[in-house]
Design a protein around this ligand. Structure first.
Ligand code: SF4
Ligand code: SF4
Length: 450
């Protein structure tokens, strides 16, 4: 098939850049994480091998590079589990980048993995091409192993730690991606301390697990999303207003983030990057790096192994397929009226409660996939996580305002740690913790670091 498809939209009608997540193995994964509804997406492509061919790979790289007017382009690999393609697939992808990039065009690589197949060869390859790794870890062993299991149901903690050792030995940059779920949701501070103290992580993202279901599908959904011999199986779609037992509760999510914030603000500002804190601070300057809390979205589409493009990684389902890059140039798909409307709907469908909310400039109603609850006025389409998000944004608002003021006066936001220390010294260690946990300070965030 010819590579020569040209975009029909001009630069003025197209976004200068976007973040395309590529899924070279589709939904295929070597693990069976219980909350991973992406596993069910192989039902979209029955009888398909779920591996990106070289033909699709080259077309994807070429169109991605052609589509960008920004100086830097990100090639983002995701899954399923992208290591299942084997390292040679990514060597070829780098050759295609060399072949198709414009003079001066910079390319950076990101790679989201469960880590279990990472060995010396992978780590050396990542180091050679300065690939930023996103490693999925849900906390110390018991919390990680609660849901992140092999096809045989065994915990994967040791395998992931082995993969991380290889990354460390080769000095590969890595980012921890931690889901927040029913099992680890009450242990925010322990999870954070484990990442910082044991894994020496300097970048972390926390992603709430919310698996939606209807009254009919909930019993099956609670069993998990993988193939069950002879058993019932669902294709996960963003529908239903119930959630599985593994899903984080709204208040639990808020508490999890607050517990981590209280640790971070005292010890780690400027040293540890927590995505949610960083994007919240950016919002005080009117800048939104994360689609979830931006006013609109639509610049994070996903490409499947066969070249199908979907509106978003969370909407890989039939109603959100934009087209295939063998038939329509990627840029035309990303700039299409359908995709533009998808992004604008994020703002257009806010509930009255969101429109009147005093932290809307920080939250912007969250992700549309999570808007399946009712607002306090009974309006449908409200964010399931609202109570947790509101608690978090209210809690951090004073400290964030202080850091924003420091930045505006050309001072380091990390100065806030001295302010906290001075305030706590003046107050002494009596009384309840600032974090609002209801515990005494000495038994909560005043406790000596583990
Ligand atoms: S639907 Fe949600 S995850 Fe997808 S682009 Fe919009 S805000 Fe981001
Ligand atoms: S905190 Fe709740 S009400 Fe406020 S913007 Fe977010 S989802 Fe809407």
């Amino acid at each position: 098939m010819s590579l020569e498809i040209k975009p029909s939209v001009g630069p003025a009608e197209a976004p200068p850049g976007f973040h395309m997540l590529s899924k070279p193995t589709g939904a295929a994964c070597n693990l069976d994480c219980k909350y991973c509804f992406f596993l069910s997406k192989d039902a979209l492509y029955p009888n398909d091998r779920l591996r990106m061919s070289d033909d699709v790979l080259e077309r994807y790289i070429k169109q991605l590079l052609e589509s960008h007017q920004t100086p830097t382009v990100t090639v983002a690999w995701q899954g399923g589990e992208p290591t299942l393609m084997g390292v040679d697939f990514y060597r070829r992808s780098i050759e295609y980048v060399r072949k198709h990039r414009r003079p001066g065009q910079q390319v950076e690589y990101t790679f989201q993995t469960n880590g279990v197949l990472i060995d010396d060869e992978w780590a050396a390859f990542f180091k050679q091409h300065d690939v930023l790794i996103g490693l999925s870890v849900d906390g110390p062993r018991p919390l990680h192993d609660a849901y992140r299991v092999t096809k045989g149901g065994q915990g994967t903690f040791d395998q992931v730690m082995r993969g991380l050792d290889h990354l460390r030995r080769h000095d590969v940059r890595f980012n921890i991606l931690c889901t927040v779920n029913a099992a680890n949701g009450d242990h925010g501070r322990d999870v954070y301390r484990f990442f910082r103290n044991e894994l020496h992580a300097e970048w972390m993202q926390f992603i709430p697990i919310i698996e939606r279901a209807t009254p009919d599908t909930l019993p099956i959904a609670n069993l998990g999303w993988s193939v069950r011999p002879g058993g019932q199986r669902l294709l996960y779609t963003q529908s239903g207003s119930l959630v599985t037992d593994r899903s984080v509760r709204p208040e639990q999510y808020g508490r999890f983030l607050i517990d981590i914030f209280e640790e971070w603000i005292r010890k780690d500002v400027g040293r540890v990057y927590v995505q949610m804190f960083d994007v919240t601070l950016e919002a005080y300057f009117g800048s939104y790096k994360l689609c979830i809390h931006a006013p609109t979205c639509g610049y994070g589409p996903a490409i499947e192994h066969n070249g199908d493009v979907y509106s978003c990684d969370h909407y890989v389902e039939p109603g959100y397929r934009l087209g295939n890059i063998a038939e329509t140039h990627m840029l035309d798909l990303v700039a299409s009226p359908t995709q533009r409307q998808f992004g604008l709907d994020k703002q257009a469908t806010l509930t009255k409660q969101c429109l009147e909310c005093d932290v809307r400039f920080l939250c912007n109603g969250g992700c549309p996939k999570d808007r399946f609850a009712s607002s306090r006025d009974g309006e449908p389409g409200h964010n399931y996580l609202c109570s947790g998000l509101k608690a978090f944004f209210d809690h951090v608002n004073p400290a964030m305002q202080t850091m924003a003021r420091l930045i505006k006066s050309n001072r380091a936001p990390a100065e806030i740690m001295e302010m906290y220390a001075a305030k706590e010294h003046a107050r002494g260690s009596d009384g309840f913790c600032y974090c609002g946990s209801g515990k005494m300070f000495t038994r909560c965030h005043g406790v000596a670091q583990a």
